[in-house]
Ligand binder design. Structure first.
Ligand code: SAH
Length: 278
């Protein structure tokens, strides 16, 4: 493998701190891009290009790809590996710390995110880009267990605030499982590729209010919804019980028993009755 050779020739050492687990398998890289649905009209943001193997495949399908890489030691390697690619640009900066407006200056309109991400930034990164109306989809490699949490349904132990919030803003699905041996070096967890297609107009409710209610509902998992909402909003437990009754939900309902649709109904009730956060 040419890219792996380049790493060796440049005496590159993998840095655990940056979650460096690279993919060199061409079949896997092609399959990911194929499933992500990226085409020649798409502008793509990649986070963590590593040796540029995924970057190259994205560039072959997309209009252009802008990649943010934190590790400057990869500069000579990326320059060599992407020498013949003319629709890609690498920016050496921390994608988490860079202001989103700064990142979006690279794109004229909507863009898609594709990334084999370092696992330590998965959740903050999803939340960072969730609210940007310019991101139309995300295709990201995540730890298998995280993928299961992102796609979980109510009444399961994996279900949490992030499952509900993602379901609110779009459609989430696991595209494929990827065993640890596919990475260099192999991490000690398995992975999966998750596709999030945003549809921010899906529900006629303010995202801010929805997120505040969901966060409150999951803030103490063992407490009932009524106890959590009473703590965080200007509403009494009795009023929550009455609301639950009109929505055909149990007084004992908890965050993890409620579906996205239930949270939407609760948000509408809060909105209609002017119930605010404390
Ligand atoms: N996409 C490559 C590399 C994956 S490893 C491949 O599939 O082979 C994760 C990459 O993310 C590494 O190159 C690491 O240096 C980079 N990275 C880690 N934290 C980052 C951050 N905060 N911003 C941008 N890149 C980061």
């Amino acid at each position: 493998m040419e890219e792996l050779e380049n790493l060796k020739n440049n005496n590159f050492t993998f840095n655990k701190k940056f979650g460096q687990n690279f993919i060199f398998d061409k079949n896997l890289l092609n399959a990911i891009i194929e499933q992500s649905g990226i085409n020649e009209n798409d502008d793509v943001l990649e986070i963590g290009p590593g040796a540029g193997t995924l970057t190259k495949v994205i560039a072959s399908k997309a209009k252009k790809v802008i990649s943010y890489e934190i590790d400057k030691n990869l500069k000579p390697i990326l320059e060599q590996n992407l020498e013949k690619v003319n629709n890609s640009k690498i920016i050496f900066a921390d994608a988490l710390k860079t202001d989103i407006n700064e990142i979006e200056k690279n794109f004229e309109g909507n863009y898609k995110i594709v990334a084999n991400l370092p696992y330590y930034i998965t959740t903050p990164l999803i939340f960072k880009f969730l609210k940007s109306k310019k991101v139309s989809s995300m295709c990201i490699m995540v730890q298998k267990e995280v993928g299961q949490r992102l796609t979980a349904k109510n009444n399961s132990s994996e279900y949490g605030a992030i499952s509900v919030v993602l379901d609110f803003y779009g459609e989430v699905k696991i595209l494929r499982f990827v065993p640890r041996q596919m990475f260099v070096p192999a991490p000690n967890v398995d992975s999966c590729v998750v596709q999030i297609d945003f549809n921010r107009e899906k529900y006629d409710v303010s995202g801010e209010l929805f997120e505040a209610i969901v966060k409150s509902a999951f803030s103490s998992r063992r407490k009932t919804l009524a106890n959590n909402l009473e703590k965080d909003f200007v509403i009494s437990k009795q009023e929550v019980y009455e609301m639950l009754k009109t929505l055909n939900l149990s007084e004992k309902a908890r965050g993890d028993s409620l579906s996205t649709e239930d949270f939407v109904q609760i948000s509408k009730f809060f909105d209609k009755n002017g119930i605010k956060s404390k």
